[in-house]
Write a protein that binds this ligand. Structure first.
Ligand code: SAM
Ligand code: SF4
Length: 430
């Protein structure tokens, strides 16, 4: 799991020169939480820095989805011992999914220099931890700041937690069952971010398309967000194959501001493994869903996640996964080696490290090969590009695209695609 530090934020005029360094591991949910944490600090006059040595407070936002992610977060916390010796007045906050799993007692015992532990389930009470450590401070309003993406793109969380029970997954245990934010809260958040300059909103949730609040369905929520002034493009992640209905495909077909892209994790191409994973669909059902989505949006780009080496995965199961790469027409796939997240004996890894590594390599090669084929198919097409700089932007299908000149940051333009190199398209603004 990658570690991301945050770009520095502009100083608050007249505010004291205090700085917070936020180190984030894991998924977009953690990124969105880190932005909320940054906002809480900024309301107290702090600025965000990516330089640990200049920081007066440090937040480590942890991940535990795989053991490696947890290990990385733990070593990061360990390294803060030296920082605390040099900054005895400085405050250290450990938050997020590994904090939830390992618990305050364990973390404070192992790392006595940590001041506060706030687990993922209690992340909305982060403010209380701030009050404990820094005291109540008169709050100042600050504009939203994107820490992770281009200034054009902003995350809006629409649900927390997850109520599914995929056999391999620790997320429901550390983030709790699904809780949906009210449409009013979602719309207020997205509208504030658009007002602050965002052009593209990404709605976030672990099974984002299962959204239901009172009578408001996911499709209804999409329509309401699509109507917000200033919005140029709407994305969402991660949807689950179980929750797409005819109402959604109708919205997808009609609403061109809804990105022609989705990240739709499949996890395996083998029915036997999908069943053991408790994913709730078969390979055939997943492919039929892709066909329905592509009938509504023929240029739809789809990426996915795969897990290799799930307990009991045979060569045949793995071949089914390998074959799905081309059959699903995925533009991209994130491939993970199975990592046991529970002590239950039936969930222990049964595939040797060497076999797992071999399968991962084969899968990555197939994905790379397939991505090239799919990228090349875009040559000669006209793409709607939302520019981040004069020469760089993203297509509706989420492909990176470069032009020599002619893009306007924050504006959409049509580009004729002339070529493709590595993962990036290139072309000419029309
Ligand atoms: N909610 C999303 C879904 O179900 O489609 C996925 C969320 S999970 C945080 C991100 C990805 O991590 C999953 O799609 C899966 O591929 C991977 N993952 C989760 N648990 C894992 C495990 N125990 N070992 C390996 N990969 C895992
Ligand atoms: Fe985990 Fe996603 Fe399954 Fe929920 S839907 S249990 S987050 S893999």
């Amino acid at each position: 799991m990658q570690k991301r530090q945050n770009p520095a934020s502009p100083p608050v005029p007249g505010g004291p020169a205090r700085r917070v360094c936020i180190i984030t591991f894991g998924c977009q949910m953690n990124e969105a939480d880190s932005e909320a944490i940054a906002a809480a600090f900024r309301r107290r006059g702090y600025t965000v820095t990516d330089e640990l040595k200049k920081a007066d407070a440090v937040v480590v936002n942890t991940c535990t989805v795989r053991q490696r992610a947890e290990d990385k977060a733990i070593s990061q916390i360990g390294r803060l011992r030296v920082w605390k010796e040099k900054h005895p007045e400085g405050k250290i906050f450990v938050v997020g999914c590994a904090a939830q799993k390992l618990g305050e007692k364990y973390l404070k015992h192992r790392f006595p220099f940590v001041d506060e532990v706030v687990g993922a389930k209690a992340i909305e009470q982060f403010e209380d931890a701030l009050i404990t450590q820094l005291g109540p401070t008169p709050e100042t309003e600050t504009a939203h700041q994107n820490l992770f993406r281009s200034p054009q793109t902003a995350y809006t969380t629409i649900m927390r937690g997850c109520s599914l029970k995929c056999s391999y997954c620790i997320v429901p245990a550390v983030r709790g069952p699904a809780v949906f934010l009210s449409p009013a809260a979602v719309l207020a958040d997205a509208a504030a971010k658009l007002k602050a300059g965002a052009k593209e909103i990404v709605l976030l949730g672990q099974t984002v398309n299962s959204y239901k609040h009172g009578k408001t369905t996911f499709s209804e929520l999409l329509k309401q967000v699509l109507a917000l002034p200033g919005l140029q493009r709407l994305r969402f992640m991660s949807p689950h194959p179980l929750y797409f209905d005819a109402e959604f495909t109708a919205v997808l077909a009609r609403e061109k501001k809804l990105a022609r892209y989705m990240h739709l994790p499949v996890q395996s191409g083998s029915d036997r493994i999908l069943k053991a994973m408790r994913r709730g669909y078969t390979r055939g059902e997943y492919l039929a869903l892709l066909a329905r989505l592509r009938a509504a949006a023929p240029d739809l780009a789809v990426s996915t996640d795969f897990i290799v080496g799930y307990p009991g995965e045979t060569e045949e199961d793995f071949r089914d996964t390998l074959a799905l790469v081309a059959e699903g027409g995925f533009t991209l796939a994130y491939c993970f080696k199975y990592s046991p997240r529970t002590d239950r004996p039936e969930m222990a890894a049964t595939i040797s490290g060497a076999v797992m590594e071999g399968r991962l390599e084969k899968l990555l090669a197939a994905v790379k090969n397939n991505s090239r084929v799919i990228l090349n198919k875009r040559i000669g097409k006209i793409e709607e590009v939302l520019f981040e700089t004069a020469t760089y932007g993203r297509t509706s299908g989420n492909f990176a695209l470069r032009v020599a000149e002619g893009g306007t940051p924050g504006k959409m333009a049509e580009v004729l695609v002339a070529g493709a190199e590595k993962n990036t398209l290139n072309g000419k603004v029309l």
